[in-house]
Design a protein around this ligand. Sequence first.
Ligand code: NAD
Ligand code: GLY
Length: 354
Amino acid sequence: MTERVDVRLGPRSYSVHIGAGLLESVGKIARELSLRGRCAIVTDSNVGRLYADRAANALREFEPLIVTVPAGEKSKSLAEAENVCEQMIATGLDRSSFVVALGGGVVGDLAGFVAAIYYRGIPYVQVPTTIIAQVDSAVGGKTGVNARGGKNLIGAFHQPRAVIADVVTLDSLPEREFNEGFAEIIKHAIIRDAEMFADLEKFDRANLAPLIARNVAIKAAIVSADEHETTGERALLNFGHTVGHAIENAAGYGRFLHGEAIALGIVAASDLSMRCAGLSREEHERILSRLAQFSLPTHLPDDISTDAIMAALRTDKKFAAGQVRFVLTSQIGSAFVSRDVTLAQIRDAVENLR
Ligand code: NAD
Ligand code: GLY
């Protein structure tokens, strides 16, 4: 059965389709959206090997160009965005073309960014193949690449025309990449859904599709309410990301999977929530157990220094104008943005990760 969740954004509204075997329907959905011209399927070396031929077959009426980037976070770079654009230009794709992002969050963020800047913006469709991408990154229109100074510092808001999440593609995820997806699911549960947090304890893989749909509904509601992160609601999705992004940057892209770094950021945010927002120790322990249940890290290796993490943190977009905005939870199921957290308290929380 296919589930559909709508992201309501006026003229930029679109549907997220979630179900088994949807890869074969990508061409049909593109046609229904009146997409025309040629398309570029942007994918990475792992996903391309597994799924590019099937996607290209489904999209054959759009004469697809397959562009493959190396797998991994390092491909989220301006150099790789340029490389993709140059291949599209050399093949004659123009403003009537569209992009299909086939892969995890790295491909989705990169290909979405290419769609945002190619001929000053062309349509794109997200076909996410990791849990992180299906529950989070493919939905909401945040696209971009990393800079030397920090994650996602170069980017654009550009909403996809559709998101097509084929849950069967998740079967080929290696165990570590499967587990990392639960960092963002646990984040959604902490900020919005105490019942889902409790249900996760008895997670059964047979129920993955409804779990993904439930997470997409959370993300879609937040994005619909605050598309450009101006009211503070969308900022709640950054729970665990301030310290998580800094750890990812300080460790060097590629050492941790994104979800693993976010898991450490969630531990730090939960620790700060105990000190600054009245989160009970019992709920903090429940958060640690849920992360451990999916083999996510809860301790920081000694060779990544606190100084390096604090230096990376200062370049974070969330520290705009030098003001610290930190997402805290007082109780699992709800969150808020605090302006009262100090850098010294964040430093202590990072130290407590050891
Ligand atoms: P990823 O795209 O690097 O995928 C992880 C690994 O799994 C890669 O090696 C990839 O090749 C492989 N893979 C992907 N699908 C596969 C499949 N079906 N079978 C086998 N292997 C497969 O990483 P990710 O965890 O999906 O995404 C992380 C990225 O997403 C980060 O860059 C993060 O910043 C970004 N992100 C963006 C948003 C947003 O709102 N735009 C939200 C959350 C995360
Ligand atoms: N992943 C955070 C956001 O989409 O706002």
